[in-house]
Design a protein. Structure first.
Length: 253
């Protein structure tokens, strides 16, 4: 949806991308928010979350040593400390939006998978799934470590949430009552109540997207879609929109 050529580089060519400080911070903060609910409810405090931050960073560094390159030119450790503090500030902001002492999530980092009516199989991971104790209503929660988009750009993150709602509906036969995006970058929460028409429209959209992917695979035409997001793209040197030449497509097995 963002850029067909970027999809090709990531999903078809599987080209490596250099780590970024923002992405690594997002991974670490997500890990802390997942582990936070392993603590007794009374320990789910800003101080408790901060105490989980450095262990989460050490875990990421062990799993993906390349992220250490982000701080290779940091002999005093000042840049790393500032980066960790920026993650701690996001966690502090989380506590202004929710009280985790009052929550007991049904699932965290939940793997979801379903086959749609078209036969298309879809899968993903839900950050958190809450289930109301009396009614059983489901709330899907996704954490974002960036800032909330303006009204003109809400459709893309909402599509992601409708995707989760659709997969859960197909898995369990129940439409989630609420889809909730928690933006830690600026402390906003975006809530949406889906209905059956919404999720059926999402299912049609996914079928159309898959048809476009199959068509691009047949024709080899993966078009670039220049936008402001190009400023953060790791593949500018390979992109025709920036004077580059994509590598040959890998052979199809």
């Amino acid at each position: 949806m963002t850029c067909p050529l970027l999809y090709r580089f990531r999903a078809i060519d599987r080209l490596p991308e250099p780590p970024t400080a923002a992405a690594a911070r997002g991974t670490v903060v997500h890990t802390v928010l997942e582990r936070l609910f392993d603590l007794p409810s009374t320990a789910r405090t800003p101080e408790g979350a901060r105490a989980l931050l450095e262990p989460a960073w050490a875990e990421l560094l062990a799993a993906e040593p390349e992220v250490g390159e982000l701080f290779h030119d940091d002999p005093t450790g000042e840049a790393l400390r500032a980066w960790l503090e920026s993650g701690a500030e996001l966690l502090d902001r989380y506590f202004t939006l929710e009280d985790p002492q009052r929550l007991e999530p049904a699932e965290r980092e939940m793997y979801v998978e379903a086959t749609l009516t078209s036969g298309l199989q879809v899968r993903g991971y839900v950050d958190r799934l809450d289930r109301a104790p009396v009614t059983g209503d489901l709330r899907v929660v996704d954490y974002k470590t960036g800032r909330a988009p303006g009204p003109d750009f809400e459709h893309r993150p909402l599509f992601q949430m409708r995707f989760y709602g659709l997969v859960l509906w197909r898995m369990h036969g129940v439409i989630p009552r609420l889809l909730q995006l928690v933006y830690l970058g600026n402390g906003e929460v975006l809530r949406y109540e889906p209905d059956e028409d919404d999720l059926l429209a999402t299912e049609r959209k996914l079928a159309a997207l898959w048809a476009a992917i199959e068509r691009a695979q047949r024709t080899g035409e993966w078009r670039a879609r220049p936008s402001k997001l190009c400023d953060w793209c790791a593949f500018q040197s390979l992109c025709p929109a920036w004077g580059g030449t994509p590598p040959p497509l890998p052979e199809q097995s």
